[in-house]
Design a protein around this ligand. Structure first.
Ligand code: BJ8
Length: 425
């Protein structure tokens, strides 16, 4: 960190020794995985900087904003409608869920066969190492999978400000009505938290900010269709991850600037990897910072990841919110319409997802799909089998991988990925 943030972390109640340890591991991992890459675009400098300050300057910005009355809302899921948060002038941030921490403590609160993402959220809380969680004025938990839903009952005893959002599980008329009612309830909760009345004008502003960021990401995704890919899958994943923390307007500008550079690279036939490198698509559970294991294994084996069918990726960012409505009601309906299309595996049935995977593979010219499941994640594990079948019907090979956040299986994953790449070749 370029400044001494110790006093700030202390005021948030972080465990300074444990937090230092976390930053050290994070910094080393970043150095080994990201900074050692060849032919990185210059525009990645910005994202290096954001990552180096992700627990420093960004937290300071949030706290400075709070001193001016700007609230901070933390979330674990892309179903939390950011447009509504932004319409009150508040900031939405993703909460820490990508690494194992305080595992012995976590085992006292959660069954061992809980997915790594949920365990991680608890580990960061119990280990007192997530400044986002500690600085949030409201934490939103959403009733998606059973693991999250039930764990929020326990989390509620650990944090003073948990707001639980109910979500539908079926794409029916009644399901959509539930989503609309829950977004309406959330809108009122946000108005209460911030003291700001959400007007049509404010909603439009919120929609524009979030849509602009999504549009920049869509532009980046499209550029990855080129061969050679102008950016590595690791760097593209990192940008998807940073989107959950960074100021959205600044982030959008930086992604667009990077895209300008990538367009020039493409025009000159330059890439982050060799032309003709095997191209893979990821599909499945979200990968939060610092969960970089699988793309690192894949790209170390000489392949390039060209897309992520994931909530930290295209499932989370695709589809803009229609902004033409003139009233609060019309704009709220547009928000519901946009989020209703998220094809998370918690929905049953969920026929859109394999179609989306096939479409993405075609768009980005992927030669194979890696289905990524976090161990003990039931929705994605259950869905992996029919997804594999449907995708392979379209002559696209699928490798199913279930793993966790530890590095113990890295060698074994490497062997499986290499065999898959040979098969594709
Ligand atoms: S919209 S994918 S962000 S719920 S990995 S906790 S599903 S057991 S993260 Fe998700 Fe929202 Fe869906 Fe996206 Fe449960 Fe599975 Fe764990 Fe998961």
């Amino acid at each position: 960190m370029s400044e001494d943030y110790k006093a700030m972390w202390q005021s948030l109640g972080l465990d300074l020794a444990a937090h230092d340890q976390l930053l050290e591991v994070l910094g080393q991992g970043y150095q080994d995985i990201f900074l050692s890459q060849q032919a990185r675009p210059e525009g990645m400098e910005y994202f290096n900087f954001v990552m180096s300050e992700v627990h420093g300057l960004r937290i300071k910005e949030l706290i400075d904003g709070q001193a001016e009355g700007k609230k901070v809302v933390g979330s674990f899921c892309v179903f939390v409608p950011e447009e509504i948060v932004r319409a009150t002038g508040a900031t939405l941030v993703g909460l820490c869920t990508g690494a194992d921490f305080a595992t012995e403590e976590v085992d006292k609160y959660l069954p061992r066969n809980t997915c790594a993402l949920i365990k991680s959220a608890f580990g960061f809380k119990l280990g007192k190492v997530c400044p986002y969680l500690e600085s949030a004025d409201m934490i939103v938990g959403e009733n998606t999978c059973d693991g999250k839903k039930k764990s929020y009952e326990t989390l509620n005893d650990l944090v003073p400000n948990l707001y639980v959002m109910d979500l539908p599980q079926m794409h029916t008329k009644e399901g959509k009505a539930l989503l609309a009612a829950e977004y309406d309830r959330f809108k009122k909760a946000m108005e209460e938290l911030t003291g700001v009345e959400i007007t049509a004008e404010r909603l439009k502003e919120g929609i524009a900010i979030v849509n602009n960021r999504r549009a920049a990401m869509h532009r980046l995704y499209k550029l990855r269709a080129s061969d050679p890919a102008p950016i590595s899958g690791l760097d593209a994943l990192l940008i998807n991850q940073v989107a959950f923390y960074d100021d959205p307007v600044r982030f959008t500008g930086s992604v667009n600037k990077l895209c300008d550079e990538l367009e020039k690279r493409i025009a000159q036939g330059e890439g982050a990897t060799a032309k003709g490198a095997p191209r893979l698509l990821f599909s499945g559970c979200p990968m939060a910072v610092p969960n970089w294991k699988l793309p690192w294994v894949v790209e170390s084996a000489g392949a390039v990841v060209v897309g992520e069918e994931s909530c930290v990726g295209e499932r989370g960012t695709r589809n803009l919110t229609e902004a033409s409505g003139e009233t609060v009601e019309e704009l709220m309906t547009a928000i519901v319409d946009r989020y209703w299309k998220i094809d998370c595996a918690v929905f049953t049935p969920n026929p859109e997802r394999p179609e989306h995977i096939k479409q993405m593979a075609a768009d980005y010219k992927a030669q194979g799909v890696i289905h990524y499941g976090l161990q003990f994640c039931q929705p994605y594990a259950m869905e992996a089998i029919p997804v594999e079948k449907k995708v392979e019907e379209g002559d696209l090979p699928v490798l199913r991988i279930d793993t966790d956040y530890s590095m113990e299986d890295a060698e074994q994953l490497k062997t499986r990925v290499e065999a898959f790449l040979e098969m594709i070749a």
